[in-house]
Design a protein around this ligand. Sequence first.
Ligand code: AMP
Ligand code: ZN
Ligand code: FE
Ligand code: FE
Length: 280
Amino acid sequence: MIDLHLHTTASDGRSSPESLVREALEAGISTLAVTDHDTTAALDSTAAAAEAAGLAFVRGIEITAVHQGRDVHILGYFLDAADAALEGFLTRQREDRRRRVREMGTRLARLGAPIDIDGLLARATSAPERAIGRPMVASALVDAGHAGDIAEAFDRFLAEGRPAFVERAGATPADVIGLVARAGGVASLAHPAKLGLDALIGPLASAGLPAIEIFHPDHDDADRARYSEIARRHDLVVTGGSDYHGPGSGRTSGLGRVSLPAHEFERLVERARRPDRSHA
Ligand code: AMP
Ligand code: ZN
Ligand code: FE
Ligand code: FE
């Protein structure tokens, strides 16, 4: 099985790189990619653990871009994590995540649901290579007794349009696609059905988007069929994975629930070998 969408404790996953590799081995996965939000901090340790376990490892990331006030997740594969422009960009993204979490804390206090925001931010600041985000705020809400579980914390407070949701300011999807390409990576539009902005795909393909995520636990058969057709029309490579966030993360997807067919993975590898001139 090939799973190209996994999170670790470097962002909002619950599994350390070492546990993730153990879990992947048990789930029968042979090739895995770590795609943490806005950080590459777990790539070296996961690569080492994967190699020791005899699993193939792909360096990845999931970058949050913004289109008209809405989050657009762009996956990147086979990129050079040491690329200076990428590194600088990700450092700013993580700073903005901390700013945003502080603002969520202020709003939650005003809403009568205070959490230990200083403790949360102190931990985040002491490990700036890690990306903080709403799942940590959701956990704090559960710990403080303001929500029964993570899902309820999102539904009541943190989801888009809910009272503690803080809009992001950030790079556009086209900017991020260019950034990934210049770092030698292949960008893929993450879980487009969750996004619900199909009209964006054509323009992004024209702007150099090379791939799209079709295999994802939130995609049903109809979604897969629709995005396969869109991928064919725009000549996009297909990616996929479980978007696993570890045990107890409040999400339903388990490791090995979704697998990318081997021939699609081969196309992705081919695409990564072919340097993209449009962003050079
Ligand atoms: P952020 O990076 O701060 O925008 O937080 C986004 C992350 O929150 C996603 O990648 C998911 O891991 C998680 N998430 C979003 N919605 C939910 C939800 N309804 N229940 C549990 N986790 C969620
Ligand atoms: Zn996440
Ligand atoms: Fe995502
Ligand atoms: Fe993800």
